[in-house]
Design a protein around this ligand. Structure first.
Ligand code: GLP
Length: 225
């Protein structure tokens, strides 16, 4: 039996992004595929590749992992804005009824849609997944959470000042993500590699939320420097 999840190292960000887009493409061709999608800097390359492929997304429903709370969705910092800007506005046959963002009944919504086929996720420098910050339990579902100091500092680069970063967010829970039939983690940079190794190659701990995924039976981890 495999001791711990394999971290696949790619020679470049471009190669990693291409491989991630290839996996997503496989699901786009499937009937009724349900995808969980991330935001942040890391998946931008994957989204670029997907846009270039110009696929038909008619059979796909997307469920975003997280969103700031509260936030004006029209502001440039909202994940809603990010998704339309980087992906949704250019996709063929991907309209608002197929697009979901976290809300109070998200877990029911996802399970009545048939569950997630693939969750593509990033990881924070503190090991968070979506906005499940250190302290998150494995049975957590979609909920409003307080952002960690480190996350606020890391995400301040997208705002005019650190004071503008919302203090809370609404996020899929660990159990919501774990139930996905396949999970792809995307990470770039040495500090992410460090936290991935700590989390995935050791015993699970709520101090490093990504560690709860180490026993998922269909987990891929893509990394580049
Ligand atoms: C945010 C998001 C996470 C994402 C993380 C990493 O905090 N809520 O879902 O994984 O950023 O982002 P980046 O790729 O910019 O390092």
């Amino acid at each position: 039996m495999k001791q711990h999840p394999t971290i696949t190292h790619f020679a470049s960000y471009e190669e990693m992004s291409k491989a991630a887009a290839k996996l997503v493409t496989h699901y786009v061709f499937k009937t009724n595929a349900n995808l969980a999608l991330p935001t942040g800097g890391t998946p931008i390359g994957m989204y670029k590749e997907l846009v270039e492929k110009n696929l038909d997304w008619a059979n796909v429903r997307t469920f975003n992992l997280d969103e700031y709370y509260p936030i004006n969705i029209d502001s440039q910092q909202s994940y809603y804005y990010y998704m339309y800007e980087n992906l949704f506005s250019t996709l063929k046959n991907h309209q608002s009824p197929q697009i979901s963002f976290p809300h109070a009944y998200y877990d029911n919504h996802i399970s009545s849609a048939g569950g997630l086929d693939l969750a593509v996720i990033g990881v924070g420098n503190n090991g968070h997944i979506a906005f499940n910050e250190p302290g998150s339990e494995p049975n957590s579902e979609t909920r409003i959470v307080k952002l960690d100091k480190q996350t606020i500092e890391d995400n301040a680069r997208f705002f005019d000042s650190i004071e503008d970063v919302p203090t809370h967010s609404i996020t899929m829970g660990i159990s919501t993500i774990f139930k996905a039939r396949e999970i792809l983690i995307l990470a770039q940079g040495k500090s992410k590699l460090e936290i991935l190794k700590k989390g995935l190659w050791n015993k699970e701990t709520k101090d490093i939320p990504v560690s709860w995924l180490r026993k998922h039976r269909n987990l891929k981890v893509f990394y580049c420097d």
